[in-house]
Design a protein around this ligand. Structure first.
Ligand SMILES: [Zn+2]
Length: 482
């Protein structure tokens, strides 16, 4: 990867950035993102795009953020009343979709397995660095009892190792910026109109990515090159986000219009390929070299999984007045700067009678992965509650079965477009998903107290997967549309 030659104006920007006590120089898009953001300079770091995605959703449907915060607050209040969510290990199937143009992004299985190890150790508080959690925080941190396993069956019921590999003609899922640095307004419009659409192309076969496996049943994790290519800016390859996650499925007020706008937008987590695993051979080129020692620990997925399961950033994406809606996390006036600064206590708060310092140990901070080792009990309550109420099928479905004869029959197959499901039980409740052959969800249909369901396949001819989902199992079979 070539390091771009930087012109005088850029150098000036770099100096200003350095002078304002920021660690790393930034590119053109980052400058504009900063202008769009109303927050303080801490947001100029490369970070995570999850909150920005929520703000984007709020722009499309006003009130989204407010509803999202209210939702979190309700969970916290509810937990305060009943003290604890359900006990026991929750096991969640995950699938990693590796989408690569350059072979260096086609990560080895060993990197994915290492990433899964870090994810599980972190969620189960089994990582060796938990000894570094400061004494004041020891009473509030815990084992989430949430575990992640590589999927063993795909949406059609076939065996899988939980990793898909897709070559893509698309090199930069951040997109290609058609403007130069004199076109600030156009860049701002481009960011508003195109950036998230560009990223989420990775979740769609037809846009150079890999379509999701039914997100009700799997956590989809896409790995690819999330940089933006800037041909009119000395071919700069700009990194704005290490990763991002969509908020919980069926999130109250998650705008349906965002689905339309993003044309096939899929739920899941997106990661820039060098941040995956702690044994990843890829490194960040200039000007992002300093991140190599700070974020290549495999903890970025822990952070994004926290978002996927409902958590906000620990500093509330604002100053001391902003809350993350979790009672036992201390407030902070800003994100950490990818460091491990234990001297800061930027906000006054009272947790168990103490004014706790900034919690750089928390996975939901922007501290270095080298000092992140904890979720608090309050955060764990939120995540478990979100799984139980918003993503229940992630833990409810133990296996996919492909021999449904004892429960129902289906006909005709092949078909010209319609399929009838006939249940042996006359009082069946089920959720039926129609998926494309690669596992992309096309539509969902619910039946209640019925013996029959009439399904209409998609417009294209070819094979379709039908999933019939009860509370604890999924039956899957294929039908051919002529
Ligand atoms: Zn984040």
């Amino acid at each position: 990867m070539k390091t771009p030659k930087r012109n005088l104006k850029q150098l000036l920007i770099c100096c200003l950035v350095a002078a304002s006590n920021l660690l790393f120089s930034q590119g053109l898009i980052q400058q504009t993102v900063n202008v769009l953001r109303q927050n303080a300079s801490h947001d100029t770091l490369v970070g995570c795009g999850s909150y920005e995605l929520m703000k984007h959703a709020d722009k499309i449907q006003s009130g989204f953020l407010k509803a999202a915060n209210q939702y979190l607050e309700n969970i916290t209040n509810e937990n305060a009343n009943r003290k604890k969510t359900s006990n026991g290990i929750m096991q969640i199937p995950v699938v990693f979709h590796i989408v690569y143009n350059d072979t260096s992004a086609n990560l080895a299985d060993s990197v994915i397995q290492d990433q899964l190890r870090v994810l599980n150790e972190s969620f189960r508080r089994q990582n060796t660095d938990t000894v570094n959690t400061r004494a004041d925080f020891k009473p509030i941190v815990a084992d989430s009892e949430i575990e992640f396993v590589l999927a063993t069956t795909d949406p059609a019921g076939n065996p899988t190792n939980g990793i898909t590999r897709t070559y893509s003609p698309t090199k930069y899922f951040g997109g290609v910026l058609p403007y130069d640095q004199t076109q600030a307004q156009q860049i701002q419009n481009w960011l508003n109109d195109s950036l998230y659409y560009n990223y989420f192309r990775i979740t769609q076969d037809s846009l150079g990515g890999r379509s999701a496996w039914n997100s009700l049943n799997y956590v989809n994790i896409w790995i690819g090159d999330l940089r933006i290519f800037e041909p009119k800016f000395n071919n700069f390859e700009e990194l704005v986000y290490f990763g991002l996650a969509t908020p919980p499925a069926n999130h109250p007020n998650w705008p349906t219009t965002i689905y339309n706008e993003l044309a096939g937008f899929q739920e899941g987590i997106l990661l820039h390929y060098p941040v995956v695993g702690s044994n990843n051979p890829n490194t960040f080129p200039a000007p992002y070299v300093p991140y190599n020692s700070l974020v290549k620990t495999g903890k970025m997925l822990v952070h994004e999984m926290g978002h996927y399961l409902g958590l906000r950033h620990i500093w509330g994406d604002g100053n001391c007045t902003m809350d993350d809606f979790v009672d036992d996390t201390p407030r902070a006036s800003a994100a950490s700067q990818y460091n491990c600064n234990t001297t800061l206590n930027t906000c006054v708060d009272t947790i168990m009678g103490m004014d706790l310092p900034n919690m750089i140990e928390n996975y939901m901070d922007y501290s270095s992965g080298n000092c992140q080792n904890s979720f608090t009990q309050g955060q764990i309550n939120v995540m478990r509650n979100v799984i139980e109420t918003r993503r229940p099928y992630l833990i409810g479905i133990k296996s996919f079965k492909n021999s449904p004869e004892s429960l129902f029959s289906y006909y005709p197959n092949p078909t010209s477009g319609k399929v009838t499901l006939k249940f042996n039980d006359t009082d069946t409740d089920a959720t039926i998903h129609i998926l494309s052959i690669d596992g992309r969800l096309i539509k969902t249909q619910y039946i209640t107290a019925s013996s029959k369901a009439e399904l209409t396949l998609g417009s294209q001819s070819g094979l379709y997967i039908i999933q019939v989902q009860s509370e604890s199992e999924v039956f899957a079979f294929k039908v051919l549309k002529k």
